[in-house]
Design a protein around this ligand. Structure first.
Ligand code: HEM
Length: 294
């Protein structure tokens, strides 16, 4: 415990300026999105396991603290994605990295994140005001949103993207004298190549559900309609598989940094593995099973 606390405080006291701020923002945003995602997979799975409870689950997302949290979460996903792309770009050729450019990267990413976040934040903030404060939101349109069938194209796109990611990982050679590929080097590659996929997967999901439709338009019928198109199920399956594995492995990095007791670290690694398997299985069964008529 003492090592954990001292590692944590030394990390805060270190005067690394923009490079360190970028690292801290990346870490906090990744963990925040992971915490939300774990909850979101489980509550969405009620559509299959306990459909009668789904209304309560979605009711939580319509509360003011949750709606505010989702506006913040969108900022976290945007910042983490852009900063993740920077890491991936620089890692491809480390010679591109210049200490002097760190400040420019950091502020460039922060400003771009704000610019991308602001329109969505205004739309979500307006919805929060109309529904939770003035309570004067227009009645929901009777017609359900129609999800275009071209989403079936997502099947092909997801499969191609997954093949490219796996092939790219497998093709990376380790030069003479380089590190032999072990579990950690595989995971290091996975974090980068899954990251490439996560911007389209996670950003589009947030854009459609939180910004375009909004939590007040989401109910059992919405989920049923969405999953009536096979493409959306494949898309959600890819989202579940890549995003949750990426996030849990990121959590493993954080634990490795702060927990130095071998026994505790081993116990936490097993707990994370179990959590990852159980939650992924719950999400996968729900996506395959669809909205239950129970
Ligand atoms: C939106 C696209 C995303 C991109 C481009 C991306 C990229 C990255 C990259 C490159 C890393 C560094 C890995 C390393 O140091 O080896 C990373 C770490 C991490 N990511 Fe992501 N990621 C994305 C989305 C997500 C999502 C949706 C989550 C949550 C489920 C997440 C959670 C994490 C965590 C917890 C870490 C570890 C942070 C740390 O070690 O400080 N990421 N991400």
């Amino acid at each position: 415990m003492a090592t954990l606390i001292s590692t944590f405080w030394e990390g805060i006291r270190y005067r690394g300026r923009e490079s360190q701020w970028a690292f801290i923002f990346h870490r906090i945003s990744g963990l925040a999105v992971l915490a939300f995602l774990a909850l979101h997979i489980v509550d969405t799975a009620t559509v299959y396991f306990f459909p009668a409870l789904y209304a309560d689950a979605i009711g939580l997302y319509r509360s003011t603290p949750f709606m505010l949290g989702e506006i913040g979460l969108m900022a976290a996903v945007i910042y983490h994605g852009l900063n993740g792309y920077k890491i991936i770009y620089l890692d491809q050729q480390p010679a591109r990295w210049r200490p002097a450019a760190e400040a420019r990267w950091f502020w460039g990413i922060v400003i771009t994140s704000v610019v991308l976040w602001l329109p969505g934040a205004i739309i979500m903030g307006r919805s929060l005001y109309l529904h939770n404060f003035c309570r004067c939101a227009p009645a929901a349109a009777a017609a359900l949103p129609v999800f275009p069938a071209w989403a079936n194209g997502a099947i092909v796109v997801s499969l191609i993207a997954a093949i490219v990611v796996v092939a790219r990982m497998a093709a990376i050679r380790v030069g003479p004298g380089g590190v032999r590929r072990n579990f950690d080097t595989w995971m290091w590659l996975f974090m980068r190549w899954s990251g490439v996929l996560l911007v389209p997967l996670a950003w589009v999901h947030v854009l459609i559900n939180d910004v375009i439709f909004g939590v007040h338009a989401i109910d059992l019928n919405y989920v049923a309609l969405r999953w009536a198109t096979l493409g959306w199920r494949v898309y959600d399956m890819a989202l579940l598989a890549f995003t949750f594995a990426h996030g849990v492995n990121g959590l493993r990095y954080v634990v490795t940094d702060y927990v130095h007791d071998a026994g505790l670290k081993k116990a936490l690694n097993w707990a994370m593995l179990a959590g990852w398997v159980i939650i992924t299985a719950i999400g996968a069964v729900a996506i395959i099973g669809g909205v239950s008529a129970k």
